[in-house]
Design a protein around this ligand. Structure first.
Ligand code: WQD
Length: 346
């Protein structure tokens, strides 16, 4: 099949490109490279030895987006493109609402106009807010705590209305828990801009000596060691899940949500000690105040994805830490160094 991947140069997008190309699909990537690097796509090509079209466009420009639909006979779309920094969304909500919502509306209008009605949407466990109990299943109440999370929930509701208005749409909402890790090659991975806000990229920056110590946000949560518990999922397992959701979405109609997590929760201190054991690098840390909006414990019931998509997470936290470290150790400055070399800036 011919699949449009928006945000295909991003962390989860680039790993999904690899899974789709390896499964024999043709892909077309749309990305504005505002929070990603073209070098990620060069690595996708190097890893898979497959060529694919890349359109460097901003999805806020409907005319540029229409060009993609005019030039390619698409079978389905996987929509990753969007801003995703929780903290930034609080300080600059308009940036998040206009970018994430308008680009999605432009995409849906083009899909409708060109009769491409199979969509896999990159949603997030953030739509559950702070859960009352765990594990979290798809029928839990949806409540969001920040503008970023609200854009994800609003898009889920827009897509729900679209499906209700036209039963020929087929839509899969994938709610990720905590994606970490990297492709086993060590040549693509998470490449956050500036100081990482998420735990694992922060730990790997400490491991390469770029940051001095991990600030552990709170150690008196009602958890076994007092630190926050999350459901970490290997990005390659998550990418495989997109392939399986795609295969289902092209055979059915209607709209469905799926939790993508392992169903196991690990604390901050467990992640630090697992990373130390796999990398051999000591990770200094200190306890600081809890981060506003953080839940104590959050992990998935992903039995629906297993039942309906045949998907199950295969990689454990040791492999996640090994792969995260291999990527960071190979590329201490992420893709930047390659882009400079590539552009002859060094
Ligand atoms: C994990 C644990 C922190 C950093 C976020 C977004 C969510 C989704 C995934 C997009 C928590 C603790 C973290 C640090 C720490 N993103 N921590 N020190 O908050 O579960 O989810 O990323 O969809 O929307 O909210 O992930 O990695 O930030 O935190 O102690 O420097 O690590 O308190 O317990 P989170 P995280």
């Amino acid at each position: 099949m011919k699949i449009l991947i928006t945000g295909g140069a991003g962390f989860i997008g680039s790993h999904t490109c690899i899974e789709l190309l390896t499964a024999g699909h043709d892909i077309i990537v749309v990305d504005n490279f505002s929070t990603s690097k073209r070098q990620a796509l060069y690595q996708v090509n190097a890893i898979t030895n497959k060529k694919f079209k890349v359109y460097q466009i901003d999805m806020l420009n409907a005319l540029d987006l229409e060009k993609v639909f005019l030039e390619n006979q698409l079978d389905a779309v996987i929509h990753f493109a969007g801003y995703k920094a929780v903290g930034e969304s609080v300080t600059d909500p308009l940036k998040y609402y206009s970018n994430n919502l308008i680009s999605t509306l432009n995409l849906c209008e083009m899909m409708q106009k060109y009769n491409v009605k199979n969509l896999v949407f990159s949603s997030s466990a953030t739509v559950y807010g702070v859960p009352k109990t765990v594990p979290i299943s798809e029928d839990f109440p949806l409540q969001t705590l920040n503008p970023y999370g609200r854009t994800k929930l609003m898009i889920e509701e827009i897509l729900g209305d679209l499906s209700a208005s036209d039963s020929t749409w087929s839509i899969s909402l994938l709610r990720y828990f905590n994606p970490i890790g990297a492709h086993q090659s060590g040549n693509i991975g998470e490449d956050p801009t500036g100081v990482p806000t998420n735990l694992i990229p922060y730990i790997t920056k400490v491991a390469i000596g770029e940051l001095s110590e991990v600030q552990v946000f709170g150690n008196d949560y009602p958890t076994p060691d007092g630190t926050g518990v999350r459901d970490y999922i290997h990005v390659t397992d998550l990418a495989r899940g997109h392939l399986m959701a795609l295969e289902k979405v092209v055979q059915t109609t209607g709209i469905d949500a799926y939790n993508f997590g392992t169903g196991k929760g690990y604390s901050v201190l467990e992640m630090i000690s697992t990373f130390e054991a796999t990398s051999g690098v000591k990770i200094p840390y200190q306890f600081v105040n809890p981060r506003a909006g953080d839940a104590a414990i959050c992990f998935a019931d992903s039995s629906k994805a297993r039942r309906e998509l045949g998907w199950i997470a295969e990689k454990d936290i040791t492999e996640m830490c090994e792969d995260s470290w291999r990527w960071q150790a190979n590329h201490p400055h992420g893709y930047e160094e390659k882009v400079k070399e590539y552009a002859g800036l060094q």
